[in-house]
Write a protein that binds this ligand. Structure first.
Ligand SMILES: *[C@@H]1O[C@H](CO)[C@@H](O)[C@H](O)[C@H]1NC(C)=O
Length: 911
């Protein structure tokens, strides 16, 4: 025990000392970033080589040459069959050794479609569907047109960099005349090109400089957004005079806000948006990447500069991607609408699968629940205070000395009994499994990895050893399929005997976090499967870890949808896991950033995102705690979590009024679960994000571009949480549908009060208010009988809330299945479409209802009628029945229609 505490203190000490801002590189401290950033614009060295063009039915290839050093590159351009998308690949024609290509990010290899090619004077036009790419040979650039409108330009700024692999300078014989010629035009003189030091860490860089970089301009855009994960605004800021945004999966201790510093995840997709068009680029590269942003700053200085220089038009917004190694593999997504372009991205990398219902409900976590009794008591208290809760979480202290797949036998002597108890209440448990493996000869996992050579290796071929929660630790090489198979097999009931198939998994620290490593991670010259350097694959490590976990959970129970939470992520990880924003802090700024960060993740494929409710570090006061629950209740992933050094903060430990506000917020979440579940089904089917920025549906509303303190859930709800201390009012922005400043009609979800004006509206709030509005024109399914866990509400009746638009119409969907298995993929589900028009509500099945349920509709609420109906008539199978209509808030409620969700029906209002 004492030793364990000592090690823990040592660990925290190590951790706290290893991480402040100066322990992470700036661009200037990174040789490749310096080199790429120093490339002068408007003077590209690259040109296509005449006579090397090959035209195929679905692609073209040509040689690209660096004009000074004459090095040759091969270029390939494909038009992708589905979605308005092109793929551009550039690699060395004959590299000294192969360069890394990402393969695990895409859901499958995208099929190229047929193209038409027209050769012109020094340029080439490639038509794919209604899109075209115009390739200019010299100076090299490509212009992409969607429906004849120039939407994305590649290398328009001339910042293309492709550092070819080369022998180390001293290995090059100086007496060879050839060598001298190459040297003069091809020297890379940056002192960090062949080896680099940062703090006490040395990077041996055996392959020398091998960076790739390219710029993308968006002529139709006014703002750029994307490239999570950063604790910054949704719209990207200009990097002029600052560091570029950095993508390098890193465990940052107490991360700061309004920062371009790298965080735990890297998703290299970036969008350009303007009133008429949205387009994107997906830069598929897993090495460390920096992104410079060129946007006209809306500030006095730039207007003065423009005034002085007499320029009326500034350059279009642009982004400059710079990666340390790999190849150029980029998808150009041509939109034209925001939803189109988000779908084009998920068409490539996949959408998040429909989770089990419990995963969308409320999760209770802390570092740590300390024993089975502790778990039992917390679960019981939720019942005592009548607060719904579906899932209890265990952080690292449940293990036997941070040996994953084992239990601390003193604190958790009967885990199966604990799970059985939770299951009886309809509850679940999630336990943490991290990738660092304790170097302990008695630990089976370590023994297996050592004997079978499953760890990531050093340059000398030894097992790499770092320092993390267990003390000395090694890191399985998840890039090796054999390692993933071994790891997955550990989840089999025959191996992991102390968990049931309902226990789900949290993968943390998988950047990977290495307390004593450079920038708290693994050195770049470590070696992975296939002889790739960690440098080439760093941002994918967590992704490969999660793939192994997903396989493990499926192997354990092929018919149950796995639930995984991961901290590290890359493009495509959304196919396997949900994410959260990592180790945030209990302050108002972090609460506000939880929205901005999840919005950026949502447009990058990660709809299932949330932040630690209450804040991980520090102790929230009652007001912040309550406001955080109110906000978290409307974010996709909803979990309270806290650091081991914080005070216990279960809701009943706060004063009664706070406890009741928290209870109320969680109960609101449960009431909306049918909507959440329907939205996540539709997300899986369409790839459209669940959580959306205003511009997704109001692309012309420029005021809305920079509003990232409110958001949409699909196009049905507008959420504007209270996120300021002492607020007695909030300024809600109702977006406008066109430039004439007319908007939709919105209804307060509690009072059904109607708002008809676009623009800012100052609304009074009290401590209980969560400003959320339903859009006129939508129908939302809810359940209003709240139980202790969502899993117990499966057969409960539905309420439909019909909010009418200006024309008196509305529609909405409801999706129902067993909430747990994959039977829905074989058609066992019901998918209903409700439509209201001319005073009449109709239901249709979007496909044949195949899931048996006793659930029924107990109430229909209608808001926005211009007359009050006297009664209603229900018509089912030709039989009519009168129903009572009662006033309800600022609308009406039709009581007890009592219709099964498996029946077709009509409800007619009688005026
Ligand atoms: C399960 O619940 C029973 C009854 O409340 C309790 O006595 C027992 O300790 C619980 N078991 C575990 C392992 O928590």
């Amino acid at each position: 025990m004492r030793l364990a505490i000592f090690l823990l203190i040592l660990c925290i000490f190590e951790y706290a000392v290893a991480v402040d801002q100066t322990n992470f590189k700036t661009c200037d401290q990174s040789s490749f970033c310096r080199r790429c950033r120093n490339v002068k614009p408007d003077n590209t060295k690259f040109a296509l080589v005449p006579g090397t063009l090959n035209i195929y039915s679905d692609s073209i290839t040509a040689d690209l040459q660096h004009k000074d050093n004459k090095h040759l590159f091969s270029l390939k351009l494909e038009g992708i069959e589905k979605g308005d998308t092109f793929r551009l690949l550039i690699d060395e024609k004959t590299p000294l050794k192969p360069r890394y290509r990402v393969v695990d990010s895409l859901k499958e290899i995208p099929k190229p479609g047929s193209i038409k090619v027209q050769e012109g004077q020094g340029e080439l036009t490639i038509t794919s569907g209604s899109n075209k790419a115009v390739v200019v040979a010299d100076p090299f650039r490509i212009d992409f047109y969607q429906n004849n409108v120039l939407t994305v330009s590649v290398n328009a700024k001339g910042l293309l960099t492709f550092e070819h692999l080369r022998p180390k300078p001293q290995e090059l014989g100086t007496d060879s005349p050839d060598a001298n010629e190459v040297k003069s035009s091809d020297e890379i003189t940056d002192p960090g090109a062949w080896e680099e030091n940062f703090k006490s860490h040395h990077d041996s860089k055996p392959y020398g400089p091998e960076a790739v970089a390219l710029d993308f301009s968006f002529p139709e855009a006014e703002v750029l957004f994307g490239i999570p994960e950063h604790a910054d605004s949704f719209v990207l800021k200009s990097t002029s005079g600052t560091d570029p945004y950095r993508l390098y999966n890193t465990d940052v201790f107490e991360y700061i806000l309004d920062s371009k510093m790298a965080l735990y995840g890297s998703v290299p997709v970036l969008y350009g948006h303007g009133p008429k068009r949205t387009a994107g680029v997906f830069w598929q590269n897993a090495a460390e990447t920096w992104v410079d942003i060129y946007t006209a700053e809306k500030n006095v200085v730039s207007s003065i500069v423009n005034f002085v220089s007499g320029s009326s038009k500034t350059d279009p917004p642009a982004a400059h991607f710079m990666s340390e190694s790999g190849i150029i593999d980029v998808f150009i997504l041509l939109g034209p609408s925001p939803i189109d372009v988000f779908k084009q991205y998920t068409e490539l990398t996949g959408s998040g699968p429909l989770p089990q219902m419990f995963a969308l409900a409320y999760h209770q976590s802390r570092w740590n629940y300390n024993s089975e009794d502790d778990v039992e008591e917390v679960s019981a208290k939720f019942d005592e205070y009548d607060i719904p809760m579906d899932t209890m979480w265990l952080d690292i202290e449940y293990t036997d000395g941070k040996r994953y797949f084992t239990w601390d036998k003193f604190k958790f002597s009967n885990p199966l009994g604990m799970f059985r108890n939770l299951s009886k209440l309809g509850r679940h448990m999630v336990i943490i499994i991290d990738p660092h493996i304790k170097r302990d000869d008695q630990y089976f996992f370590h023994k297996d990895c050592t004997e079978r050579g499953l760890y990531t290796k050093t340059r000398e071929g030894k097992d790499y050893e770092g320092w993390c929660w267990p003390g000395a630790a090694s890191y399985p090489d998840f890039f090796n399929p054999e390692v993933r198979a071994y790891y997955a097999s550990q989840y089999l009931p025959s191996n992991f005997k102390t968990v049931t198939a309902d226990v789900m998994i949290w993968n943390d620290m998988n950047e990977p976090s290495v307390f004593n490593g450079p920038e708290v991670t693994m050195p770049k010259d470590m070696i992975h499967y296939g002889n790739w350097e960690h440098r080439d694959v760093h941002n994918l490590y967590g992704h490969m870890h999660v793939m192994g976990t997903f396989d493990g959970l499926l192997g354990r129970d092929p018919n149950q949808r796995p639930y995984i939470l991961t901290r590290s992520h890359f493009a495509g990880t959304q196919r396997y896991a949900s994410i959260w924003t990592g180790d945030n802090t209990a302050d108002w700024g972090h609460l506000q950033h939880s929205l901005k960060m999840c919005l950026s993740e949502a447009v990058a494929g990660f709809s299932f995102c949330g932040a630690d409710v209450g804040g991980f570090f520090g102790n929230p006061d009652a007001e912040l705690f309550a406001r955080w629950y109110q906000t978290g209740a409307f974010l996709p992933f909803f979990r309270g979590h806290a650091h081991i050094d914080t005070k216990r903060r279960e809701p009943w430990l706060f004063p009664e009024d706070t406890r009741l506000i928290v209870r109320d917020a969680i109960r609101k979440r449960y009431a909306f679960l049918p909507l959440w579940y329907t939205m996540f089904y539709e997300h899986e089917m369409t790839g459209e994000p669940v959580m959306r920025p205003l511009l997704a549906h109001y692309p012309q509303d420029k005021e809305g571009y920079n509003i990232d303190y409110e958001f949409l859930l699909q196009d049905r709800l507008l959420v504007r949480p209270v996120m300021d201390r002492g607020a007695s009012k909030v300024n809600v922005y109702f977006p406008s549908t066109d430039d004439k400043k007319t908007g939709d009609v919105w209804y307060d979800i509690n009072t059904l009060k109607k708002y008809t004006n676009a623009g800012y509206e100052s609304l009074p709030v009290d401590s209980r208010t969560i400003p959320v509005f339903q859009r006129g024109g939508t129908i939302i399914p809810k359940k209003e009988r709240i139980r202790r866990a969502a899993t117990l509400m499966k057969n409960d009746p539905y309420t439909l809330v019909v909010c009418l638009d200006r024309a008196g119409k509305a529609q909405g969907t409801l999706y129902i299945d067993d909430e747990k298995s994959y039977a829905y993929r074989k058609g066992e589900f019901n998918y209903l479409l409700f439509e209201f028009e001319n005073g009449q509500l109709n239901v249709n099945f979007k496909s044949k209802p195949n899931f048996k349920t006793t659930a029924w509709i107990e109430r229909v609420v209608i808001a926005g009628l211009d007359r009050t109906p006297k009664s209603a008539t229900l018509i089912v199978g030709g039989v009519s029945q009168d129903l009572e209509v009662l006033p309800h808030e600022e609308g009406v409620a039709i009581r007890k229609p009592g219709i099964s969700v498996l029946e077709l029906f009509t409800i007619r209002l009688n005026f």
